[in-house]
Unconditional design. Structure first.
Lengths: 112, 359
């Protein structure tokens, strides 16, 4: 029973990571920022280069734009780390078992 | 029951054609030496992990990226602001590139310190150095692709360096730029290098490198080689691979976290006519070379200072490449000198990089 739970736990966590990931995908990008980036193409021909340079943002910073998107990203990272911790815990148990079998020379005949 | 039979016959069908049982047998019998240096062997697989992430995220970015003068910067801006999760994918690509170069440096320096390059592993070392060079060129070509002010200026400076090499220098600069100056042709050229030529070259080198590691095996301490100490070994499957998976998971988590919280920004589209912005600096892994070049005066006696600097850098790289032939057998004094040289190289690279960052 315990082993079965251990098998399902990473699965649940992985599903959690993907659902958090999917939640971030579903967030539409903010319209205001899109406009600022597309603005130079939509404007009529500018009189000089300086005007064009002003229309284009100096630097674009990539980050979640609203609270919903930010929360989704944080949830995704939290799920990811939770999944990693559980997987590491299970792997440590597996390592202990594999090392114990190695010490007992359980596979010696089969492998050499 | 029926599904089990189908599974068995499918397995037999593949086995007959691919002979996978030989590979499984090999993996089952493969062992990894266990000693105080084993920890460094995890850096090798970490490089593979980061390279895999680079390939996957690189393909995703290539769906939207357009390598033309007008579209390059706009398409990156679109990836960052319009494409769902585009900013995370770009950030993961950016950070895994740096992580890959860090692990390649750590891997090579650990091999240098423990002197695993000695006979019969000379070719393994040499392919490793070529892999480092390929990773650096990957970084250099990728830096131009966002086509912002900083990347344009840094590429201008970077591609100008070979010009100081006598006879072939001018040709090398023209070849890199696809003309006399950095233009749209340079961008397409760098893009082709970044997504076609370099991956093929790197995959070939990786295949040779991994084959050589399998052929020669991992090195063991001298005391074990001389038979003074017993060789402790760990089966690759499953004991070692489980440990590797833990390292991969933690590195993957760290990479995603850094990528989410510290995404790279994008400057405004580069203007070919605009003067170079202040404070041009290359990526962190070129800072020590950049600072070294800055240290040299314009003229030393009657020779160009840059020519001497480039010559010294190339000479150091050649010595680094042929290190296994300079230190080919165990020798106490030579071994100590080689270890000190490794430490000196690390201190020099870190010191120069910090100096460059501060000035």
């Amino acid at each position: 029973m315990k082993k079965r739970t251990a098998c399902f736990l990473p699965l649940v966590l992985i599903i959690g990571v993907f659902s958090a990931f999917a939640a971030t995908i579903q967030q539409p990008a903010p319209k205001e920022k899109d406009k600022s980036i597309q603005a130079p193409a939509q404007q009529p021909p500018a009189k000089d280069k300086a005007v064009q340079a002003q229309a284009q943002p100096e630097k674009i910073f990539a980050a979640p734009q609203n609270i919903k998107e930010r929360t989704a990203v944080y949830v995704f990272v939290a799920w990811l780390w939770a999944a990693i911790f559980v997987l590491v815990y299970i792997l440590r148990l597996e390592i202990k078992e594999a090392d114990r079998l190695l010490e007992l020379k359980f596979y010696r005949d089969g492998k050499k | 029951m029926k599904a089990k039979n189908i599974g068995r016959s499918l397995k037999a069908w593949f086995e007959e054609r691919l002979g996978l049982s030989a590979v499984m047998n090999f993996l089952g019998k493969k062992t990894v030496p266990q000693n105080k240096h084993t920890i460094w062997s995890y850096t090798g697989s970490a490089i593979l992990l980061f390279f895999g992430i680079q390939v996957v995220t690189g393909i995703m970015l290539a769906f939207y990226y357009r390598p033309t003068l007008e579209e390059a910067n706009k398409s990156v801006a679109r990836i960052m602001t319009e494409v769902p999760l585009g900013w995370i994918i770009r950030s993961v690509h950016f950070w895994s590139a740096s992580a890959m170069i860090v692990t390649v440096f750590v891997h090579l320096f650990s091999i240098w310190m423990i002197k695993s390059y000695r006979k019969p592993r000379e070719l393994t070392w040499m392919t490793g150095v070529l892999l480092l060079v390929a990773s650096l060129v990957f970084g250099f070509t990728g830096y131009l692709l966002p086509w912002d002010d900083l990347s344009l200026s840094a590429t201008k400076v970077g591609t100008d360096i070979p010009r100081s090499i006598p006879i072939v220098g001018e040709w090398v600069t023209k070849f890199l730029r696809g003309g006399d100056d950095v233009t749209g042709d340079t961008l397409t050229r760098f893009f082709s290098f970044h997504i076609c030529i370099l991956p093929l070259f790197l995959l070939f080198l990786l295949a040779v490198h991994i084959y050589l590691i399998q052929k020669q095996g991992m090195s063991v301490p001298l005391s074990v080689e001389a038979g003074k100490e017993k060789l402790a070994e760990l089966p690759f499957w499953p004991n070692f691979i489980y440990r590797e998976i833990i390292v991969w998971l933690v590195l993957f988590g760290a990479l995603i976290t850094v990528a989410v919280f510290l995404p790279p920004s994008l400057g405004k589209a580069a203007d070919l006519m605009a003067p170079a912005p202040k404070g041009i600096k290359p990526e962190w892994y070129f800072l020590f070379l950049f600072q070294t070049l800055k240290l040299f005066p314009g003229k030393i006696l009657f020779i160009n200072g840059d020519t001497i600097a480039v010559f010294l850098i190339v000479a150091a790289l050649v010595l680094f490449f042929f290190l296994p032939f300079l230190d080919n057998k165990p020798d106490k004094l030579k071994g100590k000198v080689i270890t000190w040289l490794a430490w000196a190289a690390i201190v020099y690279a870190v010191g120069m990089s910090i100096w460059s960052l501060l000035t």
